[in-house]
Structures are given as structure tokens and as C-alpha cells.
Design a protein. Structure first.
Length: 344
């Protein structure tokens, strides 16, 4: 259920509504909008009587939210969520570009790649320290050492860090280094992990599971918001289909569908989506054309030597070429891409 409070409602009236919600064994969530304040209600809302709230002072409207996800829905919050990270906004007019290697392989490798990206104007560096790999014999990441290098790069190059929390055990360490905590496809329905990141203040990048529907993704995001963390970015990264020619099937349908049903930002990871480096740029362009709020792209300075996902990684030079094209495309879809170096 959602309660819309009148413009300029006195604080006292807002608190009265919240108290009544708690009395009914439900949980109130304040959702500030551009022009109105909403109070989302979760818990056993089927037992609530609408008239008990609609008669209260300053209440404008009481709306029943029928979907299985509530706080993430557009019904709850009609305007887009814009996440502000050190003055860089994700979910607004500006497109976010997150780039970097799949895994941290050494301090040198991380600094070399990050240095080139920084020069290009990239603000968000992605790099995995804990890697959830399908095979237990594949490179599992440098773990604690990797986090140490991330902290070095964050301080040395002043870049914001996007890195994956593989489990609840590594989460506290990851939360210290990450500006954005990535929850990977394999963990999209790890509900204990979702609840724990929901209790942190770090922004969370939630990737779609490889066999998850769009609704499953939204319900997983709901786990995070219901714990109090509203700073969630969704990520379409491809799903498993009968198609074998590509690594996954990048489901770009998810972008407009999520935009319709949720206020959360949605970015696209075309690297895992198609899995073939020279096919990443056209899919990245398609993602921007269909309304994505940004991209996450794997970049390696020596893709042929990468310890994971080299075959789908762009070189920094190829990323530059792609960004140049996105700069031209962005205004057509009413977006812009700021502070990126132009190609010589
Ligand atoms: C990754 O981003 O390197 C990764 C492992 O992604 P996913 O969880 O989407 O497979
Ligand atoms: Mn990867």
C-alpha cells in the first residue's frame, strides 16, 4: 500500500501516519518524490483498511499496490531514482560508464588499466577481487589482496570502485572498498546477501540472474529496498536461452520494461551479454538506444592474457572508439555523456 501525503504536510501529520502503520504491525518507508511525499507500506498490508488512513490529516490518496514488488515499483515512486555518487548522477540525463577488467590479476595490471581509463574520463572502475566462477578450477580472484589493490587505486587515481561481493563473509571487506557493491548474476537470489547489502549505505549494482525473469530481478531488488537501502542500480547482463552462438542472449526488452515498472536505474552489461569482444560495441549502442542509464564494459590491456573473460574484453583504445560513438548517439535519446576525452 502507498500513502500519498499532501504537499507541505506538517511533520507531525507524517509521523502520525507512520505511527499508525507501525501499530498495525507494518513497516513505513518514506519515499520523497519530486513534488510529493509517499509513504510506502510493507508487511501484512492485506489487513489494512484504506479508510483508516484516507481520513487522517494531510493524506491525499491511498493506493493499493498489487504487484509482488512494492518499493521498487513506479506506482510507489513515479519519478526516476537518481543516485548521486560524488556529484556523478546515475539514472538522470547523464549516462554512466563503468569499465575495467573482469578480475584483478596484479597491482600492476589494475593500475595500468585504471590509468588508461582515468585518462579517458571514466569515473567508475570495475574489477573483481572475489570471482564466483562456474568451475572451481578457474581463477577465483586475488580476494583480500585484490581489495587492497582496489583501495590503492581508489586513493591513487581517485576513481570510484565497483566490485563484487561473493558472499556475506566477504561483504564487510568489500563494503569498505566499494562505492558500488556488485551482486553477480549467480547471487541474484541469495536472499541473505541481499538483506545484508540492504542494511548498508553503499550503492548496490544488482545483476539479473541468468535464468531470472524481469519480475524475479525486481523482487530481488525489493529485498534490498525493504531493508532500507534505496540506492540500487539494476543490470541486464544476458540470460540463458537455446542460442549457443553467443555466450548469453542480451535481453534488451528488459530495459523499457524495467523503465515502465520501476523507478530504479537500469544499466546494461553487453560484455557478458554477448560474450564476444567485437560484438560488444553494437550491443552497447543498442542498449543506449533503448533507454539504458549506462553501461558496464569489461576492458583489458592484454585481453589474450586475461585470467578471466579476455575473449569479451575491449582494449582501452576500442573502448575510446565506442565512447566516441555513444557521444554522438546520446543526444538522439535525450541523454548526454560528460567529461570524456575525445578521440585523437
Ligand atoms: C562479472 O561482472 O565479471 C560477472 C561475473 O558477471 P555476472 O555475474 O553477470 O556473470
Ligand atoms: Mn567477467
Amino acid at each position: 500500500m502507498l500513502i500519498i501525503m499532501k504537499l507541505d504536510s506538517p511533520r507531525k501529520n507524517i509521523e502520525n501516519v507512520k505511527e499508525k502503520i507501525v501499530e498495525k504491525n507494518c513497516v513505513p518507508h518514506e519515499i520523497p518524490g519530486a513534488s510529493k511525499l509517499g509513504i510506502g507500506i510493507t508487511g501484512p498490508t492485506n489487513l489494512l483498511i484504506e479508510e483508516e488512513f484516507s481520513s487522517m490529516d494531510s493524506v491525499e490518496e491511498v493506493i493499493r499496490v498489487t504487484k509482488p514488488y512494492k518499493l521498487v515499483s513506479r506506482e510507489m515512486k513515479p519519478d526516476n531514482t537518481v543516485i548521486n555518487l560524488n556529484e556523478i548522477k546515475i539514472g538522470g540525463e547523464e549516462l554512466a560508464i563503468i569499465a575495467g577488467p573482469c578480475s584483478i590479476e596484479s597491482k600492476q595490471q589494475l593500475f595500468d588499466i585504471a590509468g588508461e581509463l582515468k585518462e579517458m574520463g571514466i569515473k567508475f572502475l570495475r574489477a573483481g577481487a572475489y570471482k564466483p566462477r562456474s568451475s572451481p578450477y578457474s581463477f577465483q580472484g586475488l580476494k583480500e589482496k585484490g581489495v587492497e589493490y582496489l583501495l590503492d587505486v581508489k586513493k591513487g587515481l581517485e576513481m570510484m570502485i565497483v566490485t563484487e561481493a561473493k558472499d556475506t563473509k566477504s561483504l564487510p571487506l568489500i563494503a569498505e572498498a566499494a562505492d558500488i557493491i556488485q551482486i553477480g548474476a549467480r547471487n541474484m537470489q541469495n536472499f541473505s546477501l541481499l538483506e545484508e547489502v540492504g542494511q548498508l549505505s553503499n550503492t548496490v549494482l544488482l545483476k539479473r540472474g541468468m535464468a531470472a525473469t524481469i519480475e524475479d530481478l525486481l523482487m530481488s531488488a525489493e529485498y534490498i529496498l525493504s531493508q532500507g537501502n534505496f540506492n540500487v542500480i539494476l543490470c541486464e547482463r544476458g540470460i540463458r536461452t537455446f542460442e549457443t552462438m553467443t555466450r548469453n542472449t542480451l535481453d534488451l526488452n528488459a530495459v523499457p520494461m524495467i523503465k515502465k515498472n520501476s523507478h530504479l536505474p537500469i544499466i546494461v552489461d553487453p560484455s557478458h551479454g554477448i560474450g564476444i569482444w567485437d560484438k560488444v560495441p553494437p550491443m552497447a549502442m543498442a542498449a543506449i538506444a533503448c533507454g539504458a542509464d549506462g553501461l558496464m564494459i569489461e576492458v583489458h590491456n592484454h585481453p589474450d592474457k586475461a585470467l578471466s573473460d579476455g575473449f569479451q574484453s575491449l582494449t582501452p583504445k576500442n573502448l575510446k572508439k565506442l565512447i566516441d560513438k555513444i557521444e554522438q548517439l546520446a543526444p538522439i535519446v535525450d541523454r548526454k555523456i560528460n567529461n570524456y576525452a575525445t578521440i585523437n
